[in-house]
Ligand binder design. Structure first.
Ligand code: ADP
Ligand code: MG
Length: 338
């Protein structure tokens, strides 16, 4: 069945039933079905939004509809996590071709419910419009982590100081490697291929690490969405500093190195869509984060006094490296401009 046969209100009912699976937060007074949602808020609130457009951010040749649902929420969770917060209520705006299949929308909803359960987020409203191009926009609110006196503990791009250590969660470049394999590049071995494809299909922002870091005194962070060096550049400009990253300690998975021996570093530094966290703080705070984190937290460099706000990547001998891929810029690299 096509969604045009179900109609807008039939589809809203169907989605509302699916989203009830994520559970209803105590703070929620009015959810899907009225003119606006209502919930009780306390403390400092966060809000963010992100859009995924078919052909720009994803291809249905690679992602399934369930991956699309998961990732639409996950990319927003990543932004709340990068501020050190806890995600709460989400809005979902769908721009849908009327000939989309109801079964596909069910899969999309299932992916959203999977991610909603994983990250403790409820979908409390949204909008549906007909459009030639498939687009999924989510807005997500969150609660800032606070100290004992209720003061917010935010991690911001302008919170870095010269001498701070730069750390990154997880492994970088897997998602970019996975995309290449999904697009048909030659595969090294099945196990590595599976790992990398999975990394591209399901973004997994390390929400708990972000919250712990905020509590443990990390005051600067950014999530890696456009590539490590580019995203670190945003911190440098906002904080009025430079950064030095040592190539030898940029964390790369064995699967990435095995599949892309000559390009792993470029993928790790400029690939993007990693949705890991860059944490910037005095060394003792980073060490505390390393102690409580379940996954790896690798120290990759430090912030420097640099009036030009450069991000410099150094090899083992301290020589500066330049990489082919400098990161992703949506307006410069929009597909219709290529
Ligand atoms: P209005 O015309 O007043 O904007 P709508 O008819 O668009 O209301 O939506 C009716 C209700 O369904 C609202 O509560 C809205 O938040 C919810 N809703 C609409 N689209 C979605 C969606 N894609 N996901 C979740 N809730 C939705
Ligand atoms: Mg509406």
């Amino acid at each position: 069945m096509k969604i045009s046969e179900l109609g807008e209100f039939g589809l809203i009912d169907r989605l509302a039933k699916a989203f009830a699976e994520t559970g209803r937060p105590d703070s929620l007074l009015i959810g899907i079905g009225d003119d606006a949602a209502a919930w009780k808020a306390s403390g400092v609130q966060l809000i963010t939004t992100d859009t995924l457009i078919e052909g720009t951010h994803f291809s249905l040749h690679h992602w399934g509809w369930r991956d699309l649902g998961w990732n639409a929420l996950a990319v927003n969770v990543s932004d709340i996590g990068a501020m050190g917060g806890t995600p709460e209520q989400a809005l979902l705006t769908l721009a849908l071709p009327p000939d989309a299949a109801v079964a596909d929308l069910d899969e999309l909803a299932a992916g959203l419910v999977d991610a909603g359960r994983e990250y403790g987020t409820a979908i409390v409203g949204g909008d549906i419009v007909a459009c030639e191009t498939l687009m999924v926009t989510m807005a997500l609110t969150g609660q800032a982590t606070a100290d004992a006196e209720g003061r917010p503990l935010l991690m911001t791009r302008d919170g870095a100081r010269a001498g701070d250590v730069i750390a990154v969660t997880g492994y970088l470049g897997d998602s970019a490697g996975g995309l290449r394999l999904l697009a048909g590049e030659r595969e090294a071995d099945p196990e590595a291929t599976e790992h990398l494809k999975r990394a591209h299909l399901r973004h997994r922002p390390p929400l708990a690490v972000g919250r712990a870091a905020a509590r443990l005194g990390v005051r600067a962070a950014i999530d890696v969405s456009d590539g490590l060096l580019q995203d670190l550049g945003h911190v440098c400009r906002a904080s009025g500093l430079g950064a030095v990253v040592r190539a030898t300690v940029v964390p790369m998975s064995p699967a990435l190195v095995r599949s892309f021996p000559g390009q792993a570093l470029a993928l790790a530094c400029g690939g993007g869509e990693d949705y890991e966290l860059v944490l910037i703080a005095p060394g003792h705070a980073i060490q505390q984060v390393q102690r409580v984190s379940k996954g790896p937290v690798s120290i990759i460099g430090e912030m420097t006094a640099d009036p030009e706000h450069r991000v410099r990547l150094l090899d083992a001998g301290g020589r500066e490296l330049s990489l082919p891929a400098a990161g992703w810029d949506h307006l410069r690299e929009a597909p219709w401009r290529r």
